[in-house]
Write a protein that binds this ligand. Structure first.
Ligand SMILES: *[C@@H]1O[C@H](CO)[C@@H](O)[C@H](O)[C@H]1NC(C)=O
Ligand SMILES: *[C@@H]1O[C@H](CO)[C@@H](O)[C@H](O)[C@H]1NC(C)=O
Length: 511
């Protein structure tokens, strides 16, 4: 191509891109924060599923369970360590079938086996104190902040075919387990009671809300006594780790009463079944993504009305249920869903968002067999590093395909804006304005995320055009921004994501 041809070509491209670029103003209300998350808002789960757990003819869990996960894997270590303080929730469906091998008459220890009549198709399983020590050693070494999900079915009897369990919870084994944990000096930030035992239908097993509330009072007493006796800071009590049903959750809070449940935990699987062929389209559809907003809003309202002493948490969310979507949940496209959820959940006052899973299934932040980080791992890490606890109200005048969220920057001055462009063909030229601050001089930091080869199903995420890969010593790469003049609009190419930190946007809400 000669000079004039290439010049014409460049001119043509810039004309095309300016035609297809939509100018949008994102306005951040810097006067007051609309919500405040926990410092460790980003959280990931480790589950109990053994390698025999299968869905749709696939068995994607391998050796990722709490029992068999290889704690000596250097990538696992480095991936958690990169967060400095990653919140990790230990739990999942099988937690209500786990016995702890501890106490005067320790229960017999058998590993999970597939059995037809078992809950979720599995027998009871067991956590030995040797493994528990190893886990605690690993989590302490990596700076993790732990939630442990306790078995809430102990001592109850199943009375209906549809899975209703009745009778008081038997706290003996949990008591001994908590006492053991405290005696070892192991740090559990929060204990969660039960997994998906809520509601009138339940997933596989369910317990009445008033029974649950009474058992929570008992568990709170046990925890308070043990920690008090040992002069230790009281951990939080979380419940019930289930799908939100207004009446059940209100009844649980009414029965347990003030200051028993420190955070009410809900699970979110708003993308439907992992096997759904339309999964990848749902993730790119702004109308579909927004539907869950009403659940976040109503959940917060229930807590305000019936348990204002409690916080709202998402203690498990994998997007698509039954282990996630193969070649979707572990690829770039999933970050559209994931980061948008983090934005939405924090806007609606949730303190913590636990991603199912850190590792395991098709939705792991890390690849289940190689431990190599998937794109969502880097999305989580960037959020954790850049988005501070204070959430700012953000509005924009552009299309629905642009999603915008703003927080006070984390541990640094200024405001950080998360921009998600779901449009296939439209680029956005985004001007960020703050109602109270005209200071836009100086520079800003941009972190643009796109998929390798423009393939939405890529396992490789590009940061400012460069692939994010482990370095040769299996360390997480540094996440370095582009520096740009703060006054020019931010250009967001189609199907991309950007975090932008405006150093000079000073907000009263952030001081
Ligand atoms: C893990 O990585 C391997 C190799 O790249 C790939 O074939 C596999 O699908 C990945 N598994 C998951 C669950 O992401
Ligand atoms: C949004 O507002 C800005 C500033 O008023 C304007 O330049 C822009 O064209 C608007 N965009 C849309 C899509 O309305």
């Amino acid at each position: 191509m000669g000079f004039s041809a290439s010049f014409l070509y460049a001119l043509f491209c810039s004309v095309i891109s300016s035609i297809l670029a939509e100018h949008v103003t994102v306005t951040v209300n810097a006067a007051t924060a609309v919500a405040e998350t926990d410092f460790n808002f980003v959280c990931a789960t480790i589950d109990w599923w053994p390698k025999e757990k299968c869905n749709y003819g696939m068995c994607p869990w391998h050796e990722s369970s709490l029992i068999s996960l290889d704690l000596s894997n250097p990538i696992l270590h480095n991936a958690i360590k990169a967060f400095k303080s990653l919140r990790i929730r230990l739990g999942g469906s099988l937690q209500d079938q786990v016995v702890y091998q501890v106490g005067k008459n320790p229960p017999k220890c058998h590993s999970f086996k597939t059995i037809k009549k078992g809950l979720f198709g599995f027998s009871q399983g067991c956590l030995t104190m040797r493994r528990w020590d190893e886990l605690n050693h690993f989590f302490s070494k990596t700076g993790s902040v732990l939630t442990f999900g306790l078995n809430a079915l102990t001592g109850r009897k199943r009375v209906t075919r549809r899975g209703l369990y009745v009778g008081n919870w038997d706290p003996t084994n949990a008591h001994d387990f908590i006492e053991y944990t405290v005696s070892k000096g192991d740090n559990i930030e929060s204990w969660e009671f039960g997994n998906e035992l809520t509601g009138d239908t339940g997933v596989a097993a369910r317990v009445n809300a008033w029974q649950y509330g009474k058992d929570l009072i008992k568990l709170k007493e046990i925890i308070s006594k043990i920690y008090h006796k040992n002069d230790k800071k009281q951990p939080k009590l979380l419940a019930p780790g289930g799908f939100y049903e207004p009446r059940w959750f209100a009844d649980m809070l009414r029965t347990s009463g003030p200051n028993v449940v420190d955070a009410v935990t809900q699970h979110i699987y708003n993308l439907g079944a992992g096997v759904d062929r339309k999964l990848i389209y749902k993730i790119q559809n702004p109308h579909y993504l927004s539907r869950i907003a009403s659940t976040y809003r109503h959940f917060s309202t229930t807590i305000r009305n019936f348990g204002p002493w409690s916080a709202a948490w998402v203690s498990e969310s994998g997007g698509a249920y039954n282990s996630g979507g193969k070649e979707v949940s572990n690829t770039f496209v999933n970050s559209f869903w994931y980061l948008d959820q983090l934005g939405m959940a924090s806007t609606f006052g949730h303190k913590v968002f636990c991603r199912q899973s850190l590792i395991g299934g098709n939705y792991g932040l890390l690849n289940t067999t190689t431990f190599v980080p998937n794109p969502d791992y880097y999305s989580a890490l960037l959020w954790h590093k850049l988005m501070g606890p204070r959430v700012l109200k953000t509005i924009q005048n552009g299309s629905q395909f642009l999603r915008a969220y703003a927080h006070c920057s984390k541990k640094k001055p200024g405001i950080t804006v998360l921009l998600i462009n779901l449009a296939r063909k439209t680029a956005f030229e985004v001007s960020v304005a703050s109602e109270l601050s005209a200071r836009k001089r100086g520079t800003r930091e941009e972190y643009h995320l796109t998929p390798q080869g423009r393939n939405l199903r890529s396992h490789v995420m590009l940061l400012n055009g460069k692939p994010l890969n482990l370095n040769c010593e299996n360390h997480i790469p540094k996440l370095l921004p582009l520096i740009a003049e703060a006054s020019a609009p931010v250009r967001l190419v189609p199907l991309s994501i950007a975090f932008v930190r405006f150093k000079g946007l000073t907000a009263p809400a952030c001081s």
